[in-house]
Structure formats: C-alpha cells, structure tokens
Design a protein around this ligand. Structure first.
Ligand SMILES: Nc1ncnc2c1ncn2[C@@H]1O[C@H](COP(=O)(O)OP(=O)(O)OP(=O)(O)O)[C@@H](O)[C@H]1O
Ligand SMILES: Nc1nc2c(c(=O)[nH]1)N[C@H]1C(S)=C(S)[C@@H](COP(=O)(O)O)O[C@H]1N2
Length: 178
C-alpha cells in the first residue's frame, strides 16, 4: 500500500498560537479534506503567529522537507498591518496562480461584501501547491470547495502524486486524455 500523501495545513493566527482561543481553522481544513479526498492522506499541521519569517519557514519545511504536494493556509490575508500570509506565500513560491484568489473572492462575495478585503494568494514551490484561505473558519469550506476541482490536475502538472476525489462531493476536472 502506498504511503498516505502528506498535506500541509497551516493556521496563521496570533491569538490561536498564543492559546487565547482554540484553533478552529486547522480542524476546519482537515474536515473539508477528509470529505473531499478519496486518496489516503495525512495531515502535516502547523500553527504559527502572523510573522512572515515563521510563516515562510512553515511553508518551506512542508514543501521541501515533508514533500507535501498541497499546502493550505488559513488567516492573515487581510489588509491589517499584521496580515502577511500573502507576502510569505509569494516570497516562497516560484510561480503564482492568481486564478485561485480570483475565484475564492468571487465565491465569498456572495456571502460577505468584505470578501474583497482578502488578498489570498496561491502559487507553486517546486512540486508543492500553496493556497491561502481567509481566517474566518466559516470561509474555509466555501473557498476550498470552490477551487478544489482544479487542484488535482494542478498537482499532476507540477509532478506530484495523482489525487482522487469523492465525485459525490467534488468532481476533480482533468482535461480529456490527462
Ligand atoms: N484559527 C482560528 N481559530 C478560530 N477562530 C479564528 C481563527 N482565525 C480567525 N478566527 C476568527 O476569525 C476572525 C477573523 O480572522 P482574522 O484572521 O482577521 O483574525 P485576526 O483579527 O487577525 O486575529 P488572530 O490572528 O489573532 O486570529 C477572528 O477575529 C476570529 O474570531
Ligand atoms: N468566505 C469568506 N471570505 C472572507 C470572509 C468571510 O467571512 N467569508 N471575511 C473577509 C474579511 S472580513 C477579511 S478582513 C478578509 C481577510 O481575512 P483574514 O485576514 O482573516 O485572512 O477575508 C475576507 N474573506
């Protein structure tokens, strides 16, 4: 049996990392992935404060050392001075994929007008795809489910493992012949 695919889950939150409140974001990402993914996987979870160097080292460790083909972050995407997750993501990525943020903002806009305040980014570092989600735990399923149909093919294209989804929950799109 092949080893489960490691998937990075990074919560970026000053208060959750200080224990002021329990982290609800990481578990929410875990729950969405557990529903969507049919391929065996395991979580590689990190909880860091809104500090660019700490976010960057979590992302690079998950990509380069733990070889996660997919790394999802939550939090720190807004316009407040301590919101630096997009900067950290852009700094560690080789290439950016602006379509992810565009789609997630468009979907979120149906729920809240403040969706436009999220600078959520996405990009690739080697064979890892990194996707930012907003910090509000309620945003997680909304955003992740919207972009997930494109994620397995993106990971194919960057040389990662083939991820299968439960088609009843999320139909992964792969062009014919892929
Ligand atoms: N990891 C989390 N767990 C639980 N609730 C969260 C988490 N992250 C954010 N929230 C909730 O969503 C709201 C908006 O998230 P945002 O990322 O803007 O938080 P913030 O004000 O930067 O605070 P912090 O970084 O301390 O979580 C927070 O005020 C909090 O109520
Ligand atoms: N789906 C969804 N997207 C959302 C929100 C939300 O509640 N639901 N909150 C918005 C708000 S209020 C902000 S400030 C930005 C950035 O949030 P972050 O700093 O927690 O990442 O995400 C936006 N995107």
């Amino acid at each position: 049996m092949p080893a489960p695919v490691p998937i990075g889950i990074v919560t970026v939150s000053d208060r959750a990392s200080q224990g002021v409140y329990a982290d609800a974001g990481g578990p929410a990402i875990h729950a969405v992935l557990a529903r969507i993914l049919a391929t065996p996987w395991r979580a590689a979870a990190r909880l860091v404060p809104d500090e660019q160097p700490q976010i960057m080292s979590a992302l690079t460790a998950l990509a380069d050392r733990e070889r996660c083909p997919l790394i999802i972050t939550t939090g720190g995407t807004g316009p407040a001075p301590r919101d630096v997750t997009p900067e950290a993501t852009e700094a560690v990525c080789d290439r950016l994929l602006p379509g992810f943020g565009e789609l997630m903002r468009a979907v979120s806009l149906r729920a809240v007008p403040t969706a436009i305040l999220s600078r959520q980014a996405a990009g690739t570092r080697g064979r890892s795809l990194i996707v930012n989600l907003p910090g509000k735990p309620s945003a997680i399923a909304e955003c992740l489910e919207a972009v997930f149909p494109a994620i397995p093919y993106c990971i194919d294209l960057i040389g990662g493992p083939r991820l299968e989804t439960d088609p009843a929950i999320c139909k992964a799109f792969r062009p014919q012949g892929a």
